[in-house]
Design a protein around this ligand. Sequence first.
Ligand SMILES: [Zn+2]
Ligand SMILES: [Zn+2]
Length: 369
Amino acid sequence: MSTVKARALVLEEPGSKPVLAEIDVLDPGPGEVRIKIAASGVCGTDGHAIEGTHPLARWPVVLGHEGAGVVESVGEGVTDIGVGDHVVCALAVPCGTCRQCRRGLAEHCNSPARRQAMSGVMADGGSRLRHGGEPAYPFFGVGTLAEYTTVRRQQAIPIDPALPLDEFCLAGCGVITGYGAVLNVAQVRPGDTVVVVGAGGVGANVIQAARAAGASTIVAVDGIPEKLDLARTFGATHTIEASRDVAAELRAIEPDGADAVFEVVGKPELLSMCLSLTRVGGACVMVGIPPMGAQVTFDAFTLNANRRLLGCRGGAVVPTRDIDRLVSLYRGGALNLAGLIGRRLGLDDVFEALDQLGRSAFARSVVVF
Ligand SMILES: [Zn+2]
Ligand SMILES: [Zn+2]
């Protein structure tokens, strides 16, 4: 093994513009693996990091957090995964030893070890990436908009090599968040009426997960007509243009309101509207990531009618469990990944994908290496 050079999308300091640069990717240390990235999605959260609205503790950062690739080398003590194995990069991995993990509630792990991993710092306190000779930190511990990256073993989830990496890269963030919101958080049941506000890359997955869970009525709400067309291809039975009176239009479809309403935009001002769309006993899930410190006002009496207002940290997933579930759904035809990809592009064109974030009609741009 020796250090490899890799082109990567680097954000040097707060407020800076991302640049393509050559970085050094050091050998994997004990319990780590180096991955040759095959494909990486470009997600809105990368955009938030560039805008400075995503809290980042360490700089510079190698962007990208929806990746899949092939294990290039493994560090000491890694015996259950080897060179040539295909993996999906997982963002947040439970520590396995804290009280929540020991109680079987790994999705709620909030240990310092988990937070350290997500900030791109290895167990020994170091980073395996160098930019201009200085340490750089992989976004969410993975930094997938790079030709190579070194991650903790737990952040590399093996998948069958027959599965397409340029599709399964999306499983790491947008897809698993949408699935987790439906299956882990709201626990949608057959026959439910579901409303999804925001039909982008994550919203499309909330829609297809709701369909897989047996929801009979799925209403997509978005301001971009092309996204509503896309929503129908993922299983939306009804669509509402966001500028219309959403509450009135939903009443025409389902007079009692929805069993589950998903806010997938991250706008706090939408949350009270979403809560008001729920039926008695219904659930409102905040899937979108609001700016920190944002305040929300709603009629507290709404909750008196057994309504539930639920948080959703990345779909409350446990990657080892939930990526396997995604594979099963994919094999059964219930998970459309190819349809999420608006276009594939090279790393040199990544800036076009960043410009399109939030504005584009198609769900995702995927950088293929
Ligand atoms: Zn993401
Ligand atoms: Zn834990």
